[in-house]
Structure formats: structure tokens, C-alpha cells
Write a protein that binds this ligand. Structure first.
Ligand SMILES: [Zn+2]
Length: 161
């Protein structure tokens, strides 16, 4: 069995709650999240408080760019999209905010969310981002804020159904 220095264990940030689990994979040039929904609701269409909570806690996320099938602005797309896709937009926006808080003139991150339907029958998503190791100092606070907001949104749907 071959063993190379490049296959040494990577640092990772994992999170789990009754609502979701998140695994962070640090690759050389990109950071990938594996997001598994445990909460019964997968789509924001069943979380009617979503826009209101975003306006209150992270309004800038509503004006982020989004490439979606119908070319909807994100503030429309967010009314009916996968929670994992919303998480992608929130974490990228929080990363920008952390970077600018540290004195950077501008910040820009991109990402895409893939629903792993082919590989998994369950609600497992992969989120690929342009976040790199260079941005790691911003990732921990950004993740903390993003996960807190997603939990708040998911908990707002607790009385649904
Ligand atoms: Zn999007």
C-alpha cells in the first residue's frame, strides 16, 4: 500500500445537530462541504419564515448572484430552493463579510450545490466553493454564523406540517 505525504490527514470541520450534518473537506484549491439534511423539510418552500429571517439576520444574502435554471434573482429563488443551496449562499456571503472585516477592499466567492441523487437515495448535498486554504482564517467564524442562521430557519419550520 502506497503512502505519500500528500495523503496525510487533512484538518476538517465537522458539525452535527438534530437538523443536519456538515463535513468540511479541504482540498488543495477548493473547499467542499458535504451537507446532509436530517430535518424533515428539504426545501425552503416549506419554511415560509426564510425571507423574513434572512432580512433580519443577513439581508445581503438576498442580493447575491445565483445561476439557476429559471434565471431568478436569488431573492425569488430563495422562496423555493433546497436548504443546502441556501446554505451555500449564506456561507459565501459570510466569508465575504469576514474578509472585508479584516480590512480587505473587496471579496468574492462562488460555489455550486449538487444534490447527490444518483449516488445517494437520501438528502445528501455536495457544495463546492472557491474558498481555499488562503481563506481558512475566515472560515471558522463564517461557518459558525452560517450554521446558526440555517438552524434558526430550520427551527422556524418546526411547527409546520
Ligand atoms: Zn445559487
Amino acid at each position: 500500500m502506497g503512502y505519500h505525504l500528500s495523503s496525510m490527514p487533512q484538518p476538517s470541520w465537522n458539525y452535527s445537530s438534530p437538523n443536519l450534518t456538515l463535513t468540511t473537506k479541504l482540498n488543495r484549491n477548493l473547499i467542499r462541504f458535504h451537507f446532509t439534511m436530517l430535518h424533515p423539510v428539504v426545501n425552503t418552500k416549506d419554511l415560509p419564515q426564510t425571507t423574513k429571517l434572512l432580512k433580519k439576520h443577513c439581508p445581503s444574502v438576498l442580493s447575491t448572484k445565483c445561476n439557476n435554471a429559471l434565471n431568478l434573482p436569488f431573492k425569488e429563488e430563495v422562496k423555493a430552493t433546497e436548504v443546502a443551496h441556501l446554505f451555500e449562499h449564506i456561507i459565501l456571503q459570510q466569508m465575504c463579510q469576514e474578509q472585508i472585516k479584516e480590512g480587505y477592499y473587496s471579496a468574492e466567492f462562488s460555489g455550486r450545490t449538487i444534490w447527490e441523487t444518483a449516488a445517494h437515495p437520501l438528502r445528501i448535498f455536495t457544495i463546492e466553493t472557491s474558498i481555499t486554504r488562503f481563506h481558512l482564517p475566515f472560515l471558522r467564524p463564517a461557518l459558525k454564523k452560517s450554521l446558526a442562521l440555517i438552524e434558526l430557519i430550520l427551527d422556524s419550520g418546526q411547527n409546520q406540517s
